[in-house]
Design a protein around this ligand. Structure first.
Ligand code: ATP
Ligand code: MG
Ligand code: MG
Ligand code: MG
Length: 565
């Protein structure tokens, strides 16, 4: 690729709206552009990286025996009624109606559709086991879309679904997927950990999340310092309930009498529009100040809000239970709809947990969803989690639990009979008897991986792609201010030779000054850079620098090819 023919659109300024380094760098490198909250356009550069991830995922899924297919992103309501999830899925489900008033949702996942496919296509145990997958866009109306493509609303997921007669077969495919995931994340050059996850409401026998280790991660994982045990914190807590420990306390600093502050006050204070106030709560949450605007119109909740305002003192310690007690609510029953307008409370950063807790599943002020509530009510600060499980004995009895932060990039799950039963997906067994199939499901956040990789691999100059994800492996930078034909010829020849060898190469023929050219190549993270200049051509050498090395060195062309082989 010649850069003069490509659309590269890097920017120097650090975008104000981005908090995470990956979000900043993806914007600065011009990989993504925001269309609306949680919706991103992938530029030609960004798409090259996304496709790289997709390729590795596809190759390893194929190698593990899964079969690719493609399902629609628009799914009919009736199917979701059959599993009961039309109601239960909650606010993340984007519901749409067509011109005939038929209702649909935009796929947040595809258990219903694949099980419907399976009940029609699979008739005999002889067709099992089978593992179908797709790499397809999903939409989840996330409460807080943020961090760019890390938590987007529209995103690219690889989702696979396996069908079985019997638990043994399910366990086998589950293991095959677990192994494939290990290969995928290893090939992508990520530091990751597979952790046990809760099977929660769905039940089932086993579930693991694949977490990319990063301080900025939204998940917390617990692992043993004396064994291979690793679990996400919910699971670790569930397994180690016998250890007596105090409930985490949450300091709440009240800056003013909450009732005297209006949303307008808060919006002026934070310099955002009143409409943005509620969102601002969480965007600012990591930086320090958190403004919590509670909006709603429910009568009964006047009372609850009043009670919240009566929490004593300038600064109080309040646990989850204390707050629930203070506002007279049952666990899971609090939401912003439940609180009246004009009750912003300003709390400090350490109260982010409280903010999550009171706001629950709703930040747009339009609806409250119980399904999301529980998740967001969780203790999310690493300090609090430390109090909860760190230092506890590992559930396997070997070592003590340590904590780390992670980004969930993959999730494997033994679903068991749940969906096949609801949709009556059966096959005939060898006795000619109808049997409900067992299922597994296996997800990978393809687009999230791009951001997660940057979280792990960057420096002050920009992204440091692992080879498998780089938009191009090599950049040929031509420095030729005098327009010397021998320099142009040497750069062209090198470009052609690299391409001939099947090495992905980008030729920077834009005629920029060396500083700008190098800054761009470092920002977009090209692993290898070769400079062709008048001096080098005269000396018969190439100036080479690896993205991860501080200095450049002179190489002969054969040495370069050997290095890139
Ligand atoms: P999270 O806990 O981060 O909300 P999840 O557990 O809801 O993720 P799954 O239902 O397990 O997600 O979906 C499979 C994978 O899809 C996840 O492991 C993650 O990598 C990716 N994913 C989920 N939600 C998003 C999102 N909003 N933006 C980008 N990727 C996502
Ligand atoms: Mg989620
Ligand atoms: Mg999750
Ligand atoms: Mg998950």
């Amino acid at each position: 690729m010649r850069l003069s023919q490509f659309h590269l659109a890097t920017v120097k300024e650090v975008p104000a709206e981005a908090e995470l380094v990956s979000h900043k760098l993806m914007l600065r490198a011009g990989m993504i552009r925001k269309l609306a909250a949680g919706l991103y356009t992938w530029s030609p550069l960004g798409l090259r990286v996304l496709r790289k991830v997709e390729t590795v995922v596809r190759e390893e899924m194929d190698r593990a025996g899964a079969i690719e297919m493609l399902m629609p992103t628009i799914q009919p309501r009736e199917l979701w009624e059959e599993t009961g999830r039309w109601e239960k899925f909650g606010g993340q489900l984007l519901k749409i109606a067509d011109r005939k008033a038929q209702e649909f949702c935009y796929a947040p996942t595809a258990e219903e559709v694949i099980t419907d496919f399976a009940r029609q296509e699979l008739k005999s145990y002889k067709q099992l086991p089978v593992n179908f997958y797709q790499i397809q866009t999903k939409f989840r109306d996330e409460i807080r879309p943020r961090f760019g493509v890390m938590r987007a609303r529209e995103f690219l997921m690889k989702d696979a679904y396996s069908f079985h007669l019997g638990q043994e077969s399910l366990a086998q495919t589950y293991q095959a997927m677990y192994d494939a995931y290990g290969r995928i994340f290893t090939r992508l050059g990520l530091k990751f950990r597979a952790v046990q996850a809760d099977t929660g409401a769905i039940g089932g026998n086993a579930s693991h999340e694949f977490q990319v280790i990063a301080e900025s991660g939204e998940d917390a994982i617990a692992f043993s310092d004396g064994s291979d045990y690793a679990a996400n914190v919910e699971k670790a807590e569930a397994l180690a309930p016998t250890v007596a420990r105090p409930a985490p306390s949450i300091p709440l600093v009240r800056v003013d009498t909450p009732r005297q502050k209006t949303i307008d006050d808060v919006s002026a204070f934070l310099k955002v529009s009143p409409q943005q106030c509620v969102k601002t709560l969480l965007l600012k949450g990591r930086e320090g100040l958190v403004a919590l605007c509670l909006r709603g119109d429910h009568e009964i909740n006047e009372v609850k809000a009043g009670k919240l305002a009566e929490l004593p003192g300038e600064s109080v310690l309040a646990s989850e239970e204390e707050i629930l007690a203070a506002v007279g609510a049952r666990p899971g029953s609090l939401g912003p709809v439940g609180l009246p307008d004009h009750i912003p409370v300003i709390v400090d950063r350490s109260a982010a947990v409280l903010a999550d807790f009171v706001c629950g599943g709703n930040l747009d002020g339009t609806h409250y969803t119980g399904a999301n509530w529980e998740r967001d009510a969780r203790v999310t600060r690493i300090e609090d989690i430390r109090q909860v499980v760190a230092g506890d004995p590992s559930p396997d009895g070997r070592g003590t639990l340590q904590l780390a932060r992670g980004i969930e990039v993959g999730h494997v799950f033994q679903l068991g009979a749940k969906y096949a039963e609801a949709l009556n997906a059966t096959v005939l067994d060898d006795q000619g008897k109808a049997q409900v199939m067992l299922m597994g499901c296996y997800g990978i956040g393809v687009s999230r991986i791009v951001a997660a990789a940057i979280e792990q691999r960057h420096d002050d100059a920009g992204i440091r792609w692992p080879e498998a994800m780089a938009p191009w492996r090599v950049a040929v930078c031509m420095i030729n201010p005098k327009g010397l034909p021998e320099v142009t010829a040497a750069a062209e020849a090198l470009y052609a030779q690299l391409a001939e060898r099947g090495i992905e190469v980008v030729f920077d023929d834009r005629g920029l000054r060396p500083g700008s050219m190098f800054a761009d190549m470092e920002l977009i993270g090209i692993p290898h850079r070769v400079v062709v200049s008048e001096r080098g051509v005269a000396a018969g050498t190439l100036e080479y620098r690896a993205r991860d090395e501080a200095d450049s060195r002179q190489l002969g062309i054969d040495e370069l090819f050997a290095l890139l082989a």
